[in-house]
Structures are given as C-alpha cells and as structure tokens.
Write a protein that binds this ligand. Structure first.
Ligand SMILES: [Zn+2]
Length: 330
C-alpha cells in the first residue's frame, strides 16, 4: 500500500531533487498514517471524541469585563464527556472513546495517536473559539495635577525665571476588555480552500480580514506550522483529501444543519489549508467544532450552562445519526 502510493505520487509530480528527497523522509510518515484506511468498509464502529486542550494548555479564556473567566479546556471537557455519554446511549453497539476524561495535558500528536491506535472511524474535536477584543475605558474619577507656568522678568543679566504653580483636575480612566460582539458555532475540516461565506461576511463586518482570522486560529495549539503550499505539503493535503474529505465534509454539514435548528447562529462549514494538524494526522474523517466564542458574553454563559452543553451535544449526536445512516446505506 505504502509503496504503491509512493511510486504513483512520485511519477506524477516529482521534478526537483528536493521534492524527490522529501518523498523519502516526509511522505512515508504521512502515508503510513493513512495506510490503514483503504480496506475498511463503511460501517461506523468507533468514534473518537477529543476534548480540546487540557492541563497547562488551557486554550482560550473568557477575559472580558464581568466574564465568567472560564477556560476553554474545561468547556471542551464538559461537552465531550456529555457527548460520549449521549453517543453511547444512542448507539449502544458503537465504541465511543474519549481522548481525555480529566484535566490532563495532551499534545496534538498524542490526541491523534489515540484516535489512530483505536482505529477510529470518526474523529470529533470539541473546541471553543475566541475573537479579537477591543478595549474600552471609562472615567472613574479625577485627580489634581500640579503644573507650572513659566515666565521671565527683566532683561539681559538681570533676567529672572519665574515659575508659578497651578492646579488642574485630570480624569482617571479605568481600562477594560469588551466582550466580543459575535457568537455562534462553526465547523472546520481540513484541506480545502475556502472559508464559508457566512464567516467571511462576519469577518468583514468586524473589519477583520480572512488572513487575520487565520492567524488567530493558528495560535490555537491544535494548529501546526506545516506549510501546505509547499510541493510535499500539497501532496499530503491531496492524499488526505482523496480519502477523508468527502466524509469529513458530510459530517461537518450535518452538524451545521443541526446547529441551524437551534436559536444560535450556525457559522457554516469552513475549510482551512493551513494546518489543522490534529485533523490531518488522523486516518479517519475528522471535524473540529468551535462550539462558541468564549469571549462573547452570551456564548460564554451558554457554553458553561448545562442546557447549552446538552443542546450542542444533541446537535452533534443527531448529525452523527444522519451521517451513520448515510454512509452505511450508500
Ligand atoms: Zn481550541
């Protein structure tokens, strides 16, 4: 399997010495990761649920004024534990495996390894988003400042400097972080070339460019610096796309449809080429759900509430049900 892919890819695209060498050192690692997939049938047997972040990697924090100060790692864990329970209840015959059930740190490699070692057929990552904040200020009082007025008396050698003090009242400001204006749930899949029109519209409303948005996302620990615009990066992306993209996209769309049925904004299915590492490192269809914005007040309260968590879990479970029916009957 590995060897066949190696030569197919090589004969198609290899021109330079550098690229040729990269096949020896880089591609085998990735192709090995993918090599277990081809023989599987379409029966859904094992779902991996990943609670994003954990331990000293707390992810994003609700840090605006009067926020709950909640941490992404706690929200992702709470939602993931509920999701595991809900999936087990709905599908008693399926294996549902969480990457973590406590507040422990896991690198994205560890997370991907857990998914691969357990031969997952589906990988669902739970995260919470964070948008760029603005600072506000308000006057909380005044204080008296002593200034000096300078004047001169006389001329030549007799010239004398006279400083006269005077007092002014100056405002005292309190600076604070404002909550993010937008809220909603977005779903991400790996390795294509566009951001949903909905999210694009939101980004342009807030005066934020797509590239700025992506820079923020890359700061998330789930995102790596693999450059998919390099020749070898493109091949890796193509291999992933060929095998898992269609199913990843199907599940992502179904999740978005279920979110649309709730009262919160569904921000669409988004595809990002610049590395959602944990998604492309798993040899199975994978999605990442940004459940809501932790620094939006409404979303932060929702994400920390029992009802909010259960509503998101229900949306995902319904989407998995429809996904399962679709792939097993086609
Ligand atoms: Zn995250």
């Amino acid at each position: 399997m590995l060897i066949r892919y190696f030569f197919t890819l090589k004969s198609n695209t290899c021109n330079s010495r550098l690229l040729y060498l990269s096949y020896f050192f880089i591609l085998p690692l990735f192709l090995f990761n993918f090599s277990g997939f081809a023989q599987k049938n379409n029966k859904l047997k094992t779902i991996i649920v990943d609670a994003g972040h954990g331990g000293h990697d707390s992810g994003a924090t609700g840090d605006y004024e009067n926020s709950l100060n909640s941490q992404e790692k706690d929200i992702t864990l709470a939602i993931s534990l509920k999701l595991v329970d809900a999936l087990k209840e709905k599908f008693p015959d399926l294996k549902v495996i969480p990457t973590r059930t406590t507040d422990v740190y896991q690198s994205v490699t560890e997370k991907a390894n857990i998914a691969n070692e357990n031969n997952g057929d589906l990988f669902i990552c739970i995260h919470a988003d964070y948008g760029p904040t603005k600072s506000g200020r308000r006057q909380v009082g005044t204080h008296t400042v002593k200034n000096y007025h300078v004047s001169y008396l006389g001329k030549g050698k007799k010239k004398k400097k006279i400083t006269t003090p005077y007092y002014v009242e100056e405002p005292i400001y309190d600076y604070f972080k404002m909550p993010l204006g937008r809220n909603g749930t977005s779903v991400w899949i790996f390795a294509a070339h566009k951001t949903s029109d909905k999210l694009k519209a939101i980004m342009s409303e807030s005066g934020q460019s797509e590239s700025e948005y992506q820079v923020e996302a890359i700061a998330d620990s789930s995102f790596s610096k693999i450059n998919f615009s390099t020749p070898e990066g493109k091949v890796i992306a193509q291999v992933y796309a060929k095998r898992y993209q269609e199913k990843s996209e199907l599940l992502a769309r179904l999740v978005n449809v279920e979110i649309e049925k709730t009262s919160r904004p569904a921000l669409g299915v988004n595809q990002r080429q610049v590395g959602i590492w944990v998604l492309q490192a798993t040899k199975m269809p994978s999605i990442l759900i940004e459940t809501g914005f932790i620094n939006n007040q409404e979303d932060e309260i929702y994400l920390n509430s029992e009802n909010g968590q259960l509503e998101i879990v229900n949306s995902i479970t319904q989407a998995v049900l429809r996904y399962k029916e679709h792939i097993e009957n086609n």
